[in-house]
Design a protein around this ligand. Structure first.
Ligand SMILES: [Zn+2]
Ligand SMILES: [Zn+2]
Length: 764
């Protein structure tokens, strides 16, 4: 039986099927200028000719153009940057490839250490002229010294560039002064606030390279990113040409969208309908596929989820064919390289038929020979979903990609609107390099590296002068004749928290042993580890004895009280600056700066054994203020009152807010956890009904701005997602939110549709 037939039998759960036909390769010869040894290295692997997009990329890069290669998974993107880079290194043997008067070198940046390690393994000892070395937080002193003195192919990441290489540039000048190519692999990872930070790390890199006389060509690579030239230009600050015509061959693939059924007794007519859990559903799909001898990989969002999927399949298989149960495994992060290699081998050989994995696998393991992919829950972006599906496909065999919807609004919307998921365009990667909270610390770091002058203003963008004067006012920079200097003894780079951990994480300590068992981000600690919170760490249940806000420590003990806790909070938004505004009749859309003030005030206990709510406890925690960007909409009192009765207004606005947060990731590359919202029937700054959606990062991240720009489309899909849900009065698939500070009360599903209809009617 074909893999697709196994799945398509369940027609009542499959909401859409699409067949992607096989694609023939377009090939081109190797260009003459590629070094013969480099070409021989690839020819030894069987690459005797190039695919069209590789030849096109090589041409641009050879001409010295900054290039972004955006083609599918397994389309040979690495060759496109390696071959020109290695050719330049090879020329260094005879002295003809000198950059200025220095030996050429290559700088390769990956978003994770695992990906850099993977590249190192592939480069290995392939040539005698490339001396690759990884530089990251794991190096010994000796390794780092060797890299500084001898390597000519540095594999690193933005964090190490930011914390180590740029601040210590004098020690790395041999490499930095000779850089011919800067490679930015898997560049779609640089989005949101992280993207803005990386954009400035790259500007600092360009400045330091220029200081030592290097003028490298930037090559970016990503399986799928929308408007790759625009994105790459924003990230690097350079003009970049895009290569997007994928000419690699691809086997035919069937794509199926799958919605788990409502549980009996919790169906559409019940108060809160509940769907069958996506992980259980995926476990049974995996069972069916393994029984059909289909080699299947399931991508699951959490480690616990991956274990559930594998355990469900193993249990079901054990009843039918115990031998097959042993051919299903879980992949979790943290495996040793040998263990990973062993898993790769078992998958390749077909000994392993089913693997459930978190995304940890995506960037650190090399898998070929799969027939089917199950994505449990939309992975956040269409680009990521395509990458996951792209993992399947053996030569000459049709493959299968299945998306199993989780119980939340975006997943529900997507399985019922396949055109939004499988249509041509992937979402734009959004970030804002002009965020002053990001720019300021990088200007300080840049000044510490080399004094800033007015010649740097263009490089760092339109808000540079403003940023510098703020740093002067804070007495961090001082102007001297040669420019602005860093005045402090400590390192300026410590000001920029490029992974946005939001300050030092809170430490979680076991009361009995004093052992540190984990940490939690400062931003989520109040809600996660307040006194009395039930905290689950790697499947072990703890209760928090004490939470010290000032020291950032939570003391816990092992206990399973048979309830879970959920923090409740109050959040208020004040508008500090309305930057943009558009009037829609009686309604208005606005974008601007806000202060979001949040306070965790209590928590509720819910039985884990089915006994329902067990009560609420008050907490005494401080207010937290987040200055950020928001999009908000308002509707005049008259319009609201014509549409809804007074009692229904708060629930309608709240439900619309939740669903809008759930759907924004469709238009911007964010996660619903990156954004927050507040709705009110009467807001003191606007004097009317107002719904805010804000970026969850100081200074904003570009998501709310994207929502403002695409407001009509965003609110239309929000309305449609709520309306399409078959539940009676709201459920996790439409208007419930897992992170509501108000316990999902009040919510009015149909009121939300009426409210959004009223609003959208004004927009036409
Ligand atoms: Zn619903
Ligand atoms: Zn809420």
């Amino acid at each position: 039986m074909e893999p697709a037939d196994i799945v398509l039998r369940h027609s009542e759960r499959v909401t859409h099927v699409e067949h992607v036909p096989a694609r023939e390769a377009v090939v081109e010869p190797w260009p003459e200028w590629v070094d013969p040894d480099v070409r021989a290295m690839y020819e030894a692997e069987g690459i005797t000719e190039l695919w069209g997009h590789q030849a096109e990329a090589l041409h641009h890069i050879h001409q010295g153009r900054h290039t972004v290669v955006s083609t599918g998974t397994a389309s040979g993107k690495s060759l496109a940057f390696q071959a020109p880079a290695l050719t330049t290194l090879a020329a260094g043997r005879t002295g003809s490839g000198l950059q200025g008067n220095r030996m050429p070198s290559v700088l390769y940046l990956a978003p994770t250490k695992a990906l850099a390690a993977d590249q190192l393994r592939r480069l290995g000892t392939a040539t005698d002229f490339a001396r690759p070395a990884t530089v990251d937080g794991d190096n010994s002193r000796e390794e780092r010294a060797w890299a500084r003195d001898h390597a000519n192919y540095l594999l690193t990441n933005p964090d190490t560039l930011h914390h180590t290489i740029l601040p210590g540039h004098a020690r790395w000048s041999r490499v930095l002064g000779g850089v011919s190519h800067v490679v930015i692999d898997e560049c779609h990872h640089y989005r949101g606030v992280f993207g803005a930070h990386v954009a400035h790390v790259l500007r600092r890199l360009r400045r330091i390279c220029a200081h030592y006389g290097a003028d490298p060509v930037f090559v970016l690579s990503s399986a799928t990113v929308a408007e790759p030239d625009v994105f790459a230009q924003r990230l690097t600050g350079l003009d970049v040409v895009a290569v997007t015509d994928d000419a690699s061959p691809h086997a035919a693939q069937t794509i199926a969208l799958w919605e788990p059924p409502l549980l009996p007794g919790f169906d559409a007519d019940s108060q809160t309908p509940v769907r069958r859990a996506a992980n259980t559903e995926a476990g049974e799909l995996l069972t069916d596929l393994v029984l059909g001898r289909v080699r299947t990989l399931a991508f699951v969002r959490s480690r616990r989820g991956a274990e559930t999927v594998a355990a469900t399949a193993q249990r079901s298989l054990a009843e039918v064919d115990p031998e097959l149960a042993a051919r299903v495994a879980t992949y979790r992060g943290g495996y040793l390289p040998e263990e990973r290699r062993e898993l790769e081998r078992r998958l390749r050989d077909g000994d392993l038929l089913g693997l459930a994995s978190t995304n940890a696998l995506e960037l650190g393991i090399d898998i070929a020979g799969l027939d089917a992919i199950i994505s449990v829950g939309f992975p956040g972006t269409r680009a990521a979903l395509r990458q996951q599906f792209g993992r399947a496909g053996r030569a000459g065999r049709d493959s299968l990609g299945i998306l199993v919807a989780r119980d939340e609004p975006l997943d529900t919307y997507l399985v019922h609107h396949p055109e939004a998921l499988l249509g041509a365009q992937v979402e734009a990667s959004v970030f804002d390099p002009d965020n002053p909270y990001v720019l300021g610390p990088h200007l300080a770091a840049a000044a510490h590296e080399l004094p800033l002058t007015e010649a740097d203003f263009e490089l760092f963008g339109p808000r540079t002068a403003e940023g510098i004067s703020a740093l002067e006012d804070a007495e961090l920079l001082r102007k001297r004749p040669a420019g602005w200097f860093w005045t402090k003894r400590e390192r300026a780079t410590d000001l920029a928290d490029i992974r946005s951990s939001g300050g030092s994480p809170v430490q979680i300590v076991d009361a009995g042993t004093g052992r540190l068992i984990g940490t939690v981000d400062a931003g989520s600690a109040d809600a996660a580890v307040h006194e009395g919170a039930v905290y689950v760490h790697q499947g072990e249940v703890h209760v928090v004895n004490e939470y010290d806000v000032d020291d950032g420590v939570a003391i816990v003990h092992r206990e399973d009280p048979e309830y879970s806790t959920m923090a409740r909070s109050v959040t208020e938004v004040t508008i500090t600056d309305t930057e943009r505004n558009k009037q829609w009749g009686d309604a208005a859309m606005s974008f601007g700066s806000v202060d979001v003030v949040t306070q965790v005030i209590s928590y509720t206990k819910r039985s884990t054994t089915g006994a329902g709510m067990l009560g609420e406890e008050l907490l005494d925690l401080p207010q937290r203020t987040l200055p950020t960007k928001a999009v908000w909409w308002t509707l005049s009192d008259d319009a609201v009152k014509k549409a809804l009765s007074t009692a229904d207004i708060p629930g309608a606005a709240h439900a619309a807010e939740h669903a809008a947060i759930g759907l924004l990731p469709l238009l911007a590359t964010c996660d619903r956890w990156d954004i927050g919202g507040v709705s009110t029937a009467l807001h003191s700054d606007t004097g009317t009904l107002t719904v805010f959606v804000y970026d969850g990062y100081p200074g904003g991240a570009g998501f709310a701005e994207r929502g403002y720009e695409l407001a009509q489309r965003w609110l239309t899909v929000t309305r449609d997602a709520i309306n399409a849900c078959e539940c009676r009065s709201g459920c996790p698939s439409c208007v419930y939110s897992p992170k509501c500070g108000n316990g999902n009360e009040p919510l009015d599903k149909f009121g939300a549709v009426v409210l959004l209809d009223t609003l959208l009617a004004q927009s036409r």
